[in-house]
Design a protein around this ligand. Structure first.
Ligand code: AMP
Length: 221
C-alpha cells in the first residue's frame, strides 16, 4: 500500500506514520527526518537544507523532488511506503503524480489529518526530541526522566530549533500559503481520507487503519 500522510506541522503525522509503518510493514519516508540526518552528517544535501530548516522555511522544490525520486526508486519502497512531509507545494504534488505514473503506481491513499492551530502550537512547543534516536516525546512525559525510553541514551532530550514558538508561527504561515493549496489538488483525485487529529493517538491510528480498510474494500468490490 502507498500512503501519503498530509497535514500541518504538529498534527501528528510523524507519530502516526511510525505506528502505521510498523503495523502495515511498509517503510516510513519522512523528508524532515532525511534532511535532519543529512544536516547532522553534513552532506551536500544537509548543507543546502540547513538554513531554510532552521527558519522553518521550505527547502527548494528542486532539491526535494530530486530527493523523493531517489528515495521512491529505491527497491526498499517497491512494495509500498508511507510518505510523511511530502508533497508540501503544488509543484511537488504534480511531480509526485508524474513519478507515480512512471513507476506504475496506482494504489495511493491520501490521509489528511487536521487539528486547530492553538492545539498545534501547544503540541509543538511541548515537543522534545531525542538527539540519539530522533524519537519525539511530550515534555510532560519525559521531564523527570534522565534517559530516552526508546533508545536508553542519557540526557538526550532537546527542543528542535524549529519547535520554538516564533519558528512554529512561521512554519504555520508557510503551511497556509504553500502547502494548503495542495489540498485542492488532492480533492480532485477522490482517494483522500479525512482524519480528526485531535483524538487520542490510539484512536487516530484506529481511524486511519479503519478508513484505509474501507477504501480498499471499495476498490476490490
Ligand atoms: P518536518 O519534520 O516534516 O516538519 O520537516 C522539517 C523541515 O524540513 C521543514 O520545516 C522544511 O524546512 C524541511 N522539509 C521537509 N519536507 C519538505 C518538503 N517536502 N519541501 C520542502 N521542505 C521540506
Amino acid at each position: 500500500m502507498r500512503i501519503i500522510l498530509f497535514g500541518s506541522p504538529g498534527v501528528g503525522k510523524g507519530t502516526q506514520a511510525k505506528i502505521i509503518s510498523s503495523e502495515l510493514k511498509i517503510p516510513h519516508i519522512s523528508t524532515g527526518d532525511i534532511l535532519r540526518q543529512a544536516v547532522v552528517d553534513q552532506t551536500p544535501l544537509g548543507l543546502a537544507a540547513k538554513e531554510a530548516m532552521k527558519k522553518g522555511e521550505l527547502v527548494s522544490d528542486e532539491i526535494m523532488i530530486g530527493l523523493i525520486k531517489d528515495t521512491l526508486n529505491n527497491s526498499e519502497c517497491s512494495n509500498g511506503f508511507i510518505l510523511d512531509g511530502f508533497p508540501r507545494t503544488l509543484l511537488q504534488a504534480e511531480e509526485l503524480d508524474e513519478l507515480f505514473d512512471q513507476l506504475n503506481i496506482t494504489d495511493v491513499r491520501i490521509v489528511i489529518i487536521s487539528a486547530n492551530e492553538d492545539e498545534i502550537v501547544r503540541r509543538l512547543t511541548n515537543r522534545r526530541a531525542c538527539k540519539n534516536c530522533g524519537n519525539i516525546f511530550n515534555y510532560n512525559d519525559i521531564k523527570e526522566l534522565t534517559s530516552c525510553p526508546n533508545c536508553g541514551e542519557s540526557d538526550s532530550f532537546y527542543q528542535r530549533e524549529d519547535d520554538k514558538e516564533d519558528v512554529i508561527r512561521n512554519r504555520l504561515k508557510i503551511y497556509k500559503k504553500n502547502t494548503e493549496p495542495v489540498l485542492n489538488y488532492f480533492q480532485n483525485k477522490k482517494n483522500e481520507i479525512y482524519i480528526d487529529g485531535l483524538a487520542p493517538i490510539e484512536d487516530v491510528t484506529k481511524n486511519i487503519l479503519d478508513e484505509l480498510k474501507k477504501a480498499d474494500k471499495k476498490i476490490t468490490a
